[in-house]
Design a protein around this ligand. Structure first.
Ligand SMILES: C[S@@+](CC[C@H](N)C(=O)[O-])C[C@H]1O[C@@H](n2cnc3c(N)ncnc32)[C@H](O)[C@@H]1O
Length: 327
């Protein structure tokens, strides 16, 4: 079997699939407040097309599929897509990254369909800050979604937090207490230059080192980590709880990267920051067979660069924002 091994010997096991570029929040580090240009709906892959690409990918070494967006839960056929992927003969592990706004009403159906793991984004526990960061008044819905996911028995549930200078950069200890009390792993993600309309600046970046320093009171001890994990984890002294740091900017982890991506409009990508995309939608709709699609996926893997260069401040931002690539 051909596996997705690149020129640097990295074997790819993880596929991030963006189901839709639209979102029901407008996080300042991701999108402008209005005038977003969305992908035309006829360019979005259908459920059949998504499942086909995922089937080919899992036949060639992908073991983990993460559904994301945009916001995956605004796509009407998301439960069906989860079910169809989870029941592929290769039985991949199916995870999702969501903002949690619609989760409370859907998590039971998602779990029954085969969803195994969840990452839920939560940058603040303060309703006013939530409104500032996401431009929507939905903190209660997100907290209900987290409670519902815990009650539904989904494990693990991880929380993703982005700290923004001057807005929630003092909130790391509060968020960590809250997460630990509920048995959830909190991960702090450094803000990346991936917003449409761009607010990112290296001077304003809240680095992982800064967050670790603000968590002095937790007696953090390093954990030996899976080298493929983007998060560097630390154990909280005297407990089994851990906290993660995704330091894409200050400490890039490209050497262990095992991730590939499929955008909602059917472009296969080898890196969040890359500029190369390999179109699968056009060939699929023109009648390409599985081998022809596999050839394109392999070409993308072979073109993957050693690193994305986010430590180089001359980095050119990708042509699409995070919402359109799939975070
Ligand atoms: C793009 S979202 C997509 C999934 C879903 N809508 C959500 O909010 O989790 C995935 C993750 O990317 C994070 N994200 C978005 N823009 C980012 C940026 N510029 N830098 C770092 N993380 C970002 C979000 O906070 C979220 O945790």
């Amino acid at each position: 079997m051909t596996r997705f091994v690149d020129r640097f010997g990295r074997e790819h096991r993880d596929l991030r699939v963006s189901l839709i570029d639209k979102c029901n929040l407008r996080c300042t580090y991701c999108m402008p407040s209005e005038h977003m240009t969305w992908l035309p709906s006829d360019t979005l892959l259908t459920a059949d097309e998504i499942v086909r690409v995922v089937r080919i990918a899992t036949d060639h070494g992908i073991t983990d599929v993460r559904l994301t967006g945009g916001e995956p839960l605004v796509r009407g056929d998301v439960v069906d897509i989860v079910h169809r992927i989870a029941t592929l003969p290769t039985r991949p592990a199916v995870a999702m990254t969501t903002n949690g706004v619609r989760l409370a009403g859907m998590v039971e159906a998602l779990r029954a369909a085969g969803l195994q793991r969840l990452n839920i984004s939560l940058d603040t526990l303060d309703a006013r800050r939530f409104l500032t960061l996401t431009r929507r008044n939905e903190l209660h819905a997100v907290l209900d979604g987290i409670d519902a996911a815990i009650a539904a028995g989904i494990r693990p549930i991880k929380l993703n937090a982005v700290l923004v200078r001057g807005v929630n950069d003092d909130e790391a200890p509060t968020l960590l207490h809250w997460a630990v009390e509920r048995g959830l792993e909190l991960r702090f993600i450094e803000e990346m230059p991936l917003s449409v309309g761009g607010q990112w600046s290296p001077d304003a970046l809240v680095t992982s080192d800064e967050v670790v320093a603000s968590l002095r009171g937790f007696d953090l001890q390093p954990v030996d980590d899976d080298p493929h994990s983007p998060a560097r984890r630390m154990r909280i002294g005297g407990t089994d709880a851990t906290v993660g740091f995704i330091s894409s900017i200050s400490r890039p982890f490209c050497g262990g990267c095992d991730r590939l991506r499929l955008t909602a409009d059917g472009q296969f990508r080898n890196c969040l920051f890359g500029r190369d995309e390999y179109d699968l939608r056009g060939p699929m709709r023109a009648g390409a067979d599985d081998d022809a699609l596999l050839e394109r996926m392999i070409a993308s893997v072979q073109a993957k660069r050693a690193g994305h260069g986010t430590d180089d401040l001359s980095l050119v931002e990708p042509t699409r924002g995070m919402h359109a690539i799939g975070g």
